[in-house]
Design a protein around this ligand. Sequence first.
Ligand SMILES: [Zn+2]
Length: 115
Amino acid sequence: MTRPVPQSIARTPRGHVEIVWSDGLRAEYSPRLLRDACPCATCRETRAKTAPPPLLPVLAPAELVPLAVAVMRPVGQYAYGIEFSDGHASGIYTLDYLHELGGAPGQGPAGGGRA
Ligand SMILES: [Zn+2]
């Protein structure tokens, strides 16, 4: 079984990341989707916390500007490190993980124009 690999990676006019995969999947990833799915230990811990915040959340300055993908660089053969405009850059996204994110049901209105 061959694992799908990106054939092309591009930034869309909206600032999303579009990956065309070798299995034909064309997936568009918003910066927010990628950021919320960050696989680093810190983010996984944050997401695992179920207790509600004790106080009303206050927007940090970084949250007031639109989130963007600043840098996306290959890490080895099978992963990408993504740096976000909020300075967070510890997430390493494996190709398998990215493919799974892009293939999630309900993603994208134009998905899967059937041939
Ligand atoms: Zn993270």
